[in-house]
Design a protein around this ligand. Sequence first.
Ligand SMILES: Nc1ncnc2c1ncn2[C@@H]1O[C@H](COP(=O)(O)OP(=O)(O)OP(=O)(O)O)[C@@H](O)[C@H]1O
Ligand SMILES: [Mg+2]
Length: 255
Amino acid sequence: MIQADDYKLQTDKLNLYYGKFHALKDVTIAIRPRMITAIIGPSGCGKSTLLRCFNRMNDLITSVRVTGQILLDGIDVIHKSVKFTDLRKRVGMVFQRPNPFPLSVYDNVAYGPRIHGMARGSRLDQIVEDSLRSTALWSDLKDRLQDSALALSPEQQQRLCISRLVAVEPEVLLMDEPCSALDPIATAHIEELMRQLAQRYTIVIVTHNMQQAARVSQETGFMLLGDLVEFGATQGIFTAPADKRTEDYVTGRYG
Ligand SMILES: Nc1ncnc2c1ncn2[C@@H]1O[C@H](COP(=O)(O)OP(=O)(O)OP(=O)(O)O)[C@@H](O)[C@H]1O
Ligand SMILES: [Mg+2]
């Protein structure tokens, strides 16, 4: 018998409409804690839309209507009693293009702890250091904390964006194509970082890159036209998919 707390994130019959367009269709998924779950599928199938449901970023779009449930630790996050700011702190998102704030390295990482009133002074310095260490940026940047984040390389910027999330002690990291603006070497570095972070955080990655999903994730969901066609152990999805549509996709027949 599977217990509710075996899962960090769940959706139950989740439907999402952009106006009249039905973008997610009865999506039921259960994501385990402290491992990497990949969402794959061709462009426009609803991967980013599903990811954005987990921290309710779609709420910013006025035409959006949602039915069904989205659960974090078994609690429905659509429910009005869950505060947006608390949810965003617990469930952070990394985007395709690194998006550091036009501030110093230090101020980027300190931003979240400051707005959440978590720390000041030397305690804040320690959080910044720990967060930069957790993404292996500290030794490179410890003497450049006051430099603009925009002066960093793309890989360092993406690491900094992850440090910025780590600084507020999240539980879930959502990553939407986090390597698609990076070269292959930087991509390998970020994948290695993801493996390390998965020891502490629940990670959900959306990727176009099937090899990347196969390399980094333990479970994979395949989406097509708003349906979650198949979800299960990554190795099974890639070597013995149950659904013909999954097989066609992972063998490169489309997408
Ligand atoms: N703000 C929006 N308003 C209207 N339609 C939208 C909006 N955002 C996404 N869509 C549509 O919803 C569908 C799913 O989009 P989504 O961005 O989730 O797909 P995706 O799988 O992430 O695609 P990609 O791989 O290209 O990033 C697409 O048909 C898209 O055009
Ligand atoms: Mg997308």
